[in-house]
Design a binder for this molecule. Structure first.
Ligand code: F6R
Length: 610
């Protein structure tokens, strides 16, 4: 979603700001803007709808410069995609503001500010921040106290950066519900909504906490907490390795990330999985004691991460003998729920910033769970900081909006959690050994599965003119069918539905005809014969099927069915292996359709608003 970059330096910061915005492009946006202040107090603003490159061209044309500046990529919520609605927003050519999140009471504030004589030039909620700060400055000693007073009036979520033309030596920032990180340089300091934006200029970061307001100058950072008390926050050296400009020779980040899966899964297992079980303490300090008491797991997540949770439920119940519920965060947070005895709350998130998942974690903390664990990919993210335990998936930065390697590393993490919980709940020796050997074989099996790429590229041609599709799976492959359908709809815009194939005759069979391709995931497991019956039901109604199957499952290609043999693998890792051909299928279909694979329309990478 929206991205923020800001800087206070001695040099011209425009390139730093634009590079930062480019590094945040993957999050999804529809307009971009920058405001620059030079030491004489000259304030320049440029905004463009469309890509950051269009803004960069405009900046080059105007030779805009300044040693203090703020920049933003906007993903429209309040007000259409227009230059007037793009950030930064100004109040009387004095205050400039960028903002991520939503000010929910903006209409009420807007009315008051209107009455106070302020003129609004956009339809956004953000413009109220600029005018409110301006208003508070009238009765404040400095910008910091004006922002402190202003934020008390805002309901909703904000990560905001404010600049005052009358004092180019500082910016003031405030965080509540939308992340902000301060980057520390030598004689210059920075602010961003994501550390990735600042990696070219620093690797030393301060992650602001909820309610923090901070004043940043070239040499100082002063932070006050929600009650206005001065606070010290830890300085963290970033471990994130990321060169946003590097697609590694691949045409898209998504394809690169699909092909990275053997390597990142290897990283996720390294030092954690041993020949005879798990290394000690891999879930963090105090985790072993907590996990020993767990009898029930409540998983909360959104989107692809939710599908990882759904798959995990099959494993936790089948192997670890622990009961498990899985729920979409936006549902969980708004309904009354009951906490089972000895329950562990587990959130799953690539970004660690998904607004609904974070709100659900905060709510759950009040409900009496024994503890919370997050399975997350971004170190230092809000979910990591606010959970009792964090298990990092180590997938590396995921830039493509459609999640791929984050999902398969989440699943890898859950097989390890299955081992950890199972050892206290009667995991059989046979199942334990089978999970360990399956995990050990996983990176090599993923490499072998990626060799299907070429065949799937050919197959994709048959989908490009279709408008609907149906994905079928059973057992732990049902969530994989759901994930396959989500990938296809996200990046190719083909309507895709997923069903547990036992449900076919309860409704979806009515849809079957030769215009609706049916994609089936068919490993050789105990449900195979039942799945074959479902396949016959489709065939009898003239459906055209694409079956991703284990060779030993004995499916034969014919005029109604195309069979793609997937490498044989051990049962526990089958959901991870069968994910890969479905990722490739959606990628190649999108490529043929010519959609924006890495930044599909209407979607954002990190969903920081509700
Ligand atoms: C789909 C996708 C989304 C995310 C969802 C949750 O490809 O990426 O469905 O999985 O928005 O995001 P995280 O995992 O960051 O909480």
């Amino acid at each position: 979603m929206c991205g923020i970059v800001g800087a206070v330096a001695e040099r011209n910061v425009v390139e730093i700001l634009l590079e930062g915005l480019k590094r945040l492009e993957y999050r999804g946006y529809d307009s971009a803007g920058v405001a620059l202040l030079d030491s004489d107090g000259n304030l320049t603003r440029l905004r463009r709808t469309g890509k950051v490159q269009e803004l960069a061209d405009a900046v080059a044309n105007e030779s805009a410069l300044g040693a203090t500046g703020i920049a933003h990529t906007r993903w429209a919520t309040h007000g259409g995609v227009t230059e007037a609605n793009a950030h930064p927003h100004f109040s009387s050519d004095r205050i400039a503001v960028v903002h991520n999140g939503i000010i929910e009471n903006y209409l009420e504030l807007r009315k008051q500010l209107d009455n106070a004589g302020y003129t609004f030039t956009s339809d956004t909620d953000t413009e109220t921040i600029a005018h409110q700060v301006h208003e508070e400055l009238k009765s404040s000693d400095d910008l910091l106290s004006a922002v402190q007073k202003a934020v008390k009036k805002f309901h909703g979520a904000y990560g905001t950066v404010v600049m005052d033309r009358e004092d180019p030596s500082r910016v003031v920032v405030a965080r509540s519900g939308s992340p902000l990180v301060i980057g520390l340089g030598l004689g210059e300091n920075f602010i961003a909504s994501d550390q990735l934006a600042l990696l070219p200029v620093t690797r030393r970061f301060i992650f602001l906490e909820e309610g923090d307001v901070a004043e940043i100058t070239r040499r100082t950072v002063k932070i006050v907490d929600i009650d206005g008390n001065p606070v010290e926050r830890d300085i963290v050296d970033s471990v994130v390795e990321h060169d946003a400009g590097d697609k590694g020779g691949y045409r898209h980040y998504m394809l690169k990330e699909i092909h990275e899966q053997p390597t990142v899964v290897r990283n996720a297992l390294k030092g954690r999985l041993l020949d005879n079980g798990l290394a000690e303490g891999i879930f963090g300090q105090g985790a072993d004691e907590l996990l020993a008491k767990v009898q029930h797991v409540q998983i909360i997540a959104c989107g692809t991460s939710y599908h990882a949770g759904m798959t995990a439920r099959y494993w936790l119940e089948q192997y670890a003998n622990v009961s498990c519920n899985v729920e979409i965060a936006s549902e969980f947070r708004y309904r009354k729920s009951f906490v089972q005895p000895n329950s562990l709350l587990v959130t799953i998130s690539q970004s660690g910033e998904t607004a609904d998942t974070l709100a659900a974690l905060r709510l759950a903390k009040e409900l009496g769970y024994m503890g919370s664990l997050t399975v997350c990919n971004v170190p230092g993210s809000s979910l990591v900081r606010e959970s009792d335990l964090a298990f990092m998936t180590k997938a590396g930065a995921e830039i493509g909006v459609a999640s791929t390697k984050a999902f398969t590393t989440q699943l890898t993490a859950f097989l390890m959690l299955t081992l950890a919980l199972g050892q206290h709940n009667g995991l059989s020796e046979e199942d334990g050994k089978s999970i360990i050997s399956a995990l050990q074989s996983l990176p090599a099996k993923l490499e072998e599965t990626l060799l299907l790429s070429e065949g799937i590229e050919d197959l994709a041609e048959e989908f490009a003119d279709k408008h609907h599709s149906l994905f079928l799976g059973r057992g732990d492959q049902y969530p994989i069918a759901m994930e396959g359908a989500l990938k296809l709809k996200e990046i190719s815009y083909i309507h895709a539905e997923a069903y547990a194939s036992g449900e076919l005759k309860h409704g979806p069979l009515a849809l079957i005809d030769d215009e609706m391709p049916v994609i089936v995931v068919a490993p050789n497991n105990e449900l195979l014969e039942k799945l074959k019956s479902n396949v016959e039901e489709v065939r009898a109604r003239g459906g055209i099927m694409y079956v991703f199957a284990d060779k030993q499952a004995n499916f034969q290609s014919d005029e109604t069915m195309r069979v793609i043999n997937v490498p044989h693998c051990e049962a526990p890792i089958a959901p991870i292996i069968y994910t890969v051909p479905l990722q490739l299928l959606s990628y190649y279909v999108a490529l043929i359709k010519g959609t924006d694979v890495d930044q599909p329309r209407n979607l954002a990478k990190s969903v920081t608003v509700e």
